[in-house]
Ligand binder design. Structure first.
Ligand SMILES: Nc1nc2c(c(=O)[nH]1)N[C@H]1C(S)=C(S)[C@@H](COP(=O)(O)OP(=O)(O)OC[C@H]3O[C@@H](n4cnc5c(=O)[nH]c(N)nc54)[C@H](O)[C@@H]3O)O[C@H]1N2
Ligand SMILES: Nc1nc2c(c(=O)[nH]1)N[C@H]1C(S)=C(S)[C@@H](COP(=O)(O)OP(=O)(O)OC[C@H]3O[C@@H](n4cnc5c(=O)[nH]c(N)nc54)[C@H](O)[C@@H]3O)O[C@H]1N2
Ligand code: SF4
Ligand SMILES: [Mo]
Length: 667
């Protein structure tokens, strides 16, 4: 027994459905073990394989430990003093010469801790910069749900055990959010019927009673066909509709056109399968739908989510145990001092760019042109759209700074790279993710040795050098306490309460919308949304086909989903440097095109090309090629070299999966 051993409570900060609570056992600044903290009854004592590799990341030989400044002959290791002086002088110079919007701040989701948002306050206090709007991830669906419900709220995933039918629609929890799996298994043990709707036969299909494989981007037509048949057969909840739903008559007349024949033709799903879907969803209440993010990475993504939400509304599967249309959670809104973290009112200048069109923006921006790119928590070269264009755009800009732990594709193209701490080395707050309602304090578990500063320290040091009056110099506790002051004021819960372990967000319930108090303008569920109409959209959840269909030149859809083994690009630092990415194709496709299993082939689109090793997989549809996203360009990957910059109907969301391609034998 080591008497120095202490237990420290923290949480995974990766952008994941689960945000696991973690208990670290530490002795003399060394992590003895990391285990799931089962005070969080959803994530329990299990961490995923990626979580189990935190120590590999922290101790990785490639981890950057000192600031690096690019010189003609390569990288120079610099002192913090020198690197921060250089960055501050560049920022100062820019502020003297241009409106501060000549600086573009590129951030994303490398660490989803609340404290990370201090970066926004920094840039507002600096004068206001060019900042991102839109999403690479959830945006289209969130916007769709805002029209339907007022905002996104999900059931605690444990509630799925109360469902009789479960539809997992465009989500792959076996690989991307494993804490749902035990609850699905329990639901199955209790007799639930599980249907997976996904063009790919994912690992999640192994849990299912039925797999439906629609053509990519056609789920809206499938959902509206289900709605039409449910209405025709009276499998709807009239009482719920009368009391809580706006726009049912308009919706009913719109969906009349979605006959079984039309639904089957559009989505490629056989009529019998649509019949089974209707029967299972409509005849065995409560039924739940669990939507993923994959389904809305299309130009029709927002409408698609609205069509699926509508199924829950017309059948009254909303606000009841075992029901729900689960997508995301926004439970903390009233509990956070957003102004403190964003400093919105301090900005003298402000300009926005759409994340999915970042490269185009950089290339075309005028008055002012982009003079500096400052990247935090993001790897735009690998993860944003059109990597070739992004590379050209980055190369055009005079000065680039990146804060990261590793020499990513983005860091490599920068002029200064500032290292930062791993989440186990600093304090933070994790708000509830999609799958549960726990808020978690990330207590610092170890000090980095040798020393690396926290990101907050970097902002403080830059603010001092730039004499930013409106950037308070505080430590992490100061910021966390202030940022969550609305929560303390409203609920009495203090930071000390959270520090000792995960707690359920006050007011959060296992069943979303149990009070039917929807946050739309009418206070009801809005099938017909005047708000959507006033913002230039169709008021109803409609089906619009996507812009791309395979043709002679590009006969395949290209899907680039999330892999089990890495959180986006982050764990690819752990893969073999000279390994090509894999393209998964049906063996018949391969043999027809003379592309052998194990050979090297070039996958190409009208945007770019990528060499891959071919792997035959007969669970892949013949009209689809699949390559996992995340693989670094410098490690011969870079799937976003194939994908052009385009966004969804709603929410400016990157339409990654709307892509057609071809493949040819190389070697
Ligand atoms: N291991 C691991 N876990 C992760 C991540 C990771 O990279 N790795 N990333 C995290 C992040 S940032 C996110 S956003 C989530 C994503 O989590 P998920 O939503 O589960 O994953 P995606 O890969 O976006 O897509 C889910 C499924 O949508 C399917 N799909 C694609 N097009 C269509 C379509 O037209 N219709 C239907 N019905 N299905 C379609 C894909 O085939 C895929 O199986 O996972 C999080 N968790
Ligand atoms: N083709 C295709 N592309 C996709 C997707 C897809 O499905 N297909 N999915 C999209 C989705 S859903 C997402 S969410 C995006 C993800 O896009 P990003 O958020 O850009 O991707 P990550 O790979 O998570 O890279 C984030 C970087 O942050 C760094 N980092 C981690 N912690 C910290 C920290 O505390 N501070 C700082 N400064 N850096 C830190 C990591 O080392 C990593 O290099 O990718 C998108 N790209
Ligand atoms: S990546 Fe997700 S499942 Fe894995 S440890 Fe982190 S929060 Fe948990
Ligand atoms: Mo994401």
């Amino acid at each position: 027994m080591d008497y120095n051993e202490i237990k420290i409570s923290t949480s995974c900060t990766l952008d994941c459905w689960d945000s696991c609570s973690i208990l670290a056992t530490v002795s003399d600044n060394k992590i003895i073990s990391l285990k799931g903290d089962n005070r969080n009854h959803i994530t329990g004592n299990v961490l995923c394989a990626k979580g189990m590799r935190y120590m590999d990341m922290i101790n990785h030989p490639d981890r950057i430990r000192e600031p690096l400044i690019k010189e003609k002959n390569g990288w120079k290791r610099a002192s913090w003093e020198e690197a921060l002086d250089l960055v501050a002088s560049k920022l100062h110079e820019l502020r003297e010469t241009y409106p501060t919007t000549a600086l573009l701040h590129c951030n994303h989701a490398g660490n989803v801790g609340l404290l990370k948002k201090v970066e926004n306050r920094f840039f507002s206090a600096y004068g206001g910069v060019t900042a991102a709007i839109g999403s690479l991830c959830v945006g289209a669906g969130s916007e769709g749900q805002r029209y339907d419900f007022g905002k996104s709220l999900s059931h605690e995933i444990s509630d799925v055990v109360n469902s009789k039918t479960i539809i997992i629609w465009g989500r792959n929890p076996m690989d991307t959010g494993l804490h749902l799996v035990p609850f699905l298994k329990e639901a199955k043990r209790r007799g639930a019927y599980i249907i997976v709707i996904d063009p790919l036969e994912t690992n999640t299909v192994k849990l299912a009673d039925m797999h439906i494989s629609p053509l990519p981007g056609t789920d809206g037509a499938l959902a509206l066909t289900m709605a039409n048949i449910l209405i025709e057969r009276g499998l709807i909840d009239k009482e719920f509709i009368d009391k809580y739903v706006v726009g049912f008559d308009e919706f009913r007349s719109y969906v009349k056109d979605f006959t079984l024949e039309k639904g089957a033709k559009t989505s490629g799903v056989p009529i019998e399968d649509i019949e089974t879907l209707v029967d299972k969803y409509g005849n065995s209440k409560p039924s739940s739908i669990i939507i993923g993010f994959g389904i809305q990475r299309y130009t029709n993504g927002g409408y698609t989510i609205r069509t699926i939400d509508a199924l829950g509304a017309i059948t009254g599967n909303i606000g009841i145990g075992g029901g729900g249309v689960n997508y995301n959670n926004s439970r903390m809104n009233d509990y956070i001092d957003h102004e403190l973290l964003s400093g919105e009112t301090l900005r003298k200048h402000h300009r926005v760019f759409s994340r999915p069109k970042m490269a185009e923006f950089i290339e075309t921006a005028e008055d002012p042109k982009v003079e500096i790119i400052f990247t935090t928590r993001a790897n735009p070269l690998t993860q944003f759209m059109d990597s070739n264009r992004m590379t050209r755009a980055f190369e055009k800009v005079g000065f680039k700074v990146t804060i990261d732990m590793f020499m990513t594709d983005t860091a490599s193209l920068s002029d200064v790279v500032l290292p930062c701490r791993h989440f186990l080395e600093e304090d933070n707050i994790i708000c509830p993710p999609s799958n549960h309602n726990y808020i978690n304090y990330c207590n610092k578990v170890i000090e980095p040795n040798p020393w690396i500063p926290s990101e907050l320290w970097i902002w403080n040091e830059l603010a001092k050098r730039l004499e930013l009056e409106n950037f308070p110099i505080g430590n992490s506790e100061w910021w966390i306490e202030k940022a969550l002051k609305p929560m303390t004021d409203l609920t009495g819960i203090t930071i000390d309460d959270i520090k000792s372990g995960p707690i359920i967000v006050p007011g959060a319930t296992p069943v979303a919308w149990y009070d039917k108090n929807f946050q739309t303008p009418s206070g009801k569920y809005e099938l017909y949304s005047n708000l959507a109409k006033s913002q230039g959209f169709e008021p109803l959840p409609v089906y619009k086909s996507i812009d791309m269909e395979p043709n002679e030149e590009y006969p395949f859809y290209l899907l680039t989903p999330h892999t089990k083994d890495s959180l986006n690009s982050q764990h690819f630092v752990l893969v073999d440097e000279k390994q090509l990415p894999i393209v998964y194709i049906h063996s018949e496709t391969g043999s027809k095109m003379d592309i052998r299993n194990g050979s090297v082939a070039e996958v190409f689109t009208d945007t770019g090309s990528l060499d891959c090793v071919v792997e035959y997989n007969d669970s892949i549809r013949r009209d689809i090629l699949m390559i996992y996203q995340g693989w670094w360009i410098q490690r011969l990957g870079g799937v976003n070299r194939l994908i052009s910059e385009r966004y969804s109907d709603m929410g400016n969301n990157a339409a990654y999966y709307e892509c057609i391609c071809n493949i040819r034998y190389k070697a």
